[in-house]
Design a protein around this ligand. Structure first.
Ligand code: HEM
Length: 220
């Protein structure tokens, strides 16, 4: 029942968090493909065409609803799981023993919150403008001028540096997230798990680097 969602068992919460997280992992690839169009010296023609398609296509609009639901579900359940973990182990161990968890796995809530802050900034800059909820920045032609807005923001060195820092934290989150989601969903196998972990490491470097290349090209 919808009103009882908070009573989900721990494993159900983990499974929903993982499934929503994997969905977000796929979404990031789509988003990056569009952003990389900014690297073309075509006055934003490809980027604008892709952004316009994403804004107007009805299938994408349906996808957008799932995307928002995925983000909300992942964030809420991620926070609840973390709080429950803290309550389950209220006293920090005085001597930290050898841990099998990866370095980044200990900071999922922290890197998650940093990504959340970035999302708020990102939504204010792009999505809320599109809806008419926040003003069109000076220099952009209108609320559909995503290229003008992106160009304006990345031309600001402070914004470009901040964006790069946020993407590094995204990489930290993804480094553990990718393989952990497979594990949570029970997709564990002696033969394939090392490969999944390898893919996770590659993904967590390549995707954030792809996003970083764009502000970097403006800075250089
Ligand atoms: C594009 C953004 C994001 C992606 C692709 C992503 C992806 C993932 C994935 C795949 C997992 C692994 C789930 C598992 O262990 O089974 C995970 C874990 C987690 N995420 Fe995210 N995440 C994102 C943003 C966020 C945000 C904004 C928060 C906000 C708080 C967050 C909080 C967490 C937490 C706390 C965990 C660990 C949950 C646990 O211990 O099981 N994530 N994330």
């Amino acid at each position: 029942m919808a009103s009882n969602w908070y009573k989900l068992s721990s494993i159900a919460k983990k499974i929903y968090t993982a499934a929503a997280g994997l969905f977000l992992i796929i979404f990031l690839v789509v988003h990056l493909s569009i952003n990389l169009c900014l690297l073309r010296s075509d006055g934003g023609e490809w980027f604008t065409a892709a952004a316009t398609f994403m804004s107007n296509n009805y299938i994408v609009k349906v996808f957008e609803v799932f995307l928002f639901a995925g983000f909300i579900l992942h964030i809420l359940l991620g926070i609840i799981i973390q709080i429950q973990n803290w309550f389950a182990r209220p006293h920090r161990y005085k001597v930290e023993g050898y841990s099998h968890t990866s370095f980044f796995s200990k900071f999922m809530i922290h890197t998650g919150i940093i990504i959340f802050i970035f999302l708020c900034i990102h939504m204010t800059n792009f999505y809320f403008v599109k809806l008419g909820w926040s003003p069109v920045p000076d220099g952009a032609a209108d609320k559909h001028d995503f290229y003008g807005m992106a160009d304006l923001l990345f031309s600001n060195a402070n914004y470009a540096v901040l964006y790069i820092v946020f993407m590094i934290f995204l990489g930290f989150h993804l480094n553990h997230a990718f393989q952990s989601a497979f594990q949570t969903l029970g997709l564990v196998h002696n033969k394939y798990t090392p490969f999944i972990k390898f893919c996770g490491h590659v993904y967590s470097i390549i995707v954030p680097m792809g996003f970083i290349v764009i502000p970097l090209s403006y800075l250089l």
